[in-house]
Design a binder for this molecule. Sequence first.
Ligand code: C2E
Ligand code: MG
Ligand code: MG
Ligand code: MG
Length: 284
Amino acid sequence: KAKSIGRGQAFLYVTALRLDAVVRRLYALELHRAVDEGEFLLLYQPQVDLITGEITGAEALLRWHHPERGILSPITFLPALERGTLAATVGTWVLDEACAQVAYWRRNGAPNMRMGVNLFGAQFHVGDIVTEVIETLDRHGLPPEALELEVTENIAPDNDDVVLNSLRQLHNYGVGIAMDDFGTGYASLSLLKTYPLTRIKIDQSFVHGMLDQEQDASVIRATLDIARSFKLKTIAEGIETENQRHYLLEKKCMEGQGYLFGKPIPAAQFSALIEANKLSNELA
Ligand code: C2E
Ligand code: MG
Ligand code: MG
Ligand code: MG
């Protein structure tokens, strides 16, 4: 009896594994189609000056417009995308699309607008990311400071020199480099001396907790102190309430991003936001 249960479990286990492999293959096929058919799109989330509310930049956030399942968020497909080299192809598209968009906004009402673009690890290992970024900026007539590349520590496991050297070249060229989700990784402090950074993005988990949990508030204050001593700019992610905005301002965090100021929206809607922002700042 015991034996048959064991066999049954083994069967279930093997079936589950096979199913997983099948689902993965299906997903890989679908992702290839998505690239070929242009099913990806970018939404843009405003980044604002916490004092004036003025829009300082946008972060480009990837979505997959799946023909049957509608608009999918990155958590559903990034793991599958990042398993292969397809991520590099998508990354190239994201970079070009986001740069075209910010070039348009800089010509139409927001001359100092900055664009945040998240990078995939694969982009450092397929082709030459340094040349690609410089050529993309040139193609769209953008100065390097119009672009801010967002990286996490996952992008350079074991401080991979290939990745860090590329980032150093881009940093020297004048492109912004932001450490995303700061405080959530294993090596947050030590990476401050290995990564060439211009900005720290304070992870939203600390922002969400900081008014109730002293530990989260401590992480926020410590991060802002460290950023000051390393002469890095900061931005807080995930700001949803006025109280959070006030607390961050009191601690001298000058920029923010979050639902309080705007969710990720399509480019056309963002253009309207820029117009409204300009008007309210002219009136103020
Ligand atoms: P991230 O770069 O840390 O982006 C911030 C995420 O927080 C976004 O989720 C955004 O929609 C969400 N968010 C912004 N404000 C708030 C808020 O006030 N409250 C809450 N609860 N959430 C907020 P999203 O768009 O689902 O993206 C998730 C992650 O997927 C991103 O995290 C980034 O790591 C990755 N990702 C998105 N687009 C790209 C891309 O083009 N390339 C790469 N490599 N990764 C991307
Ligand atoms: Mg980001
Ligand atoms: Mg983040
Ligand atoms: Mg994240």
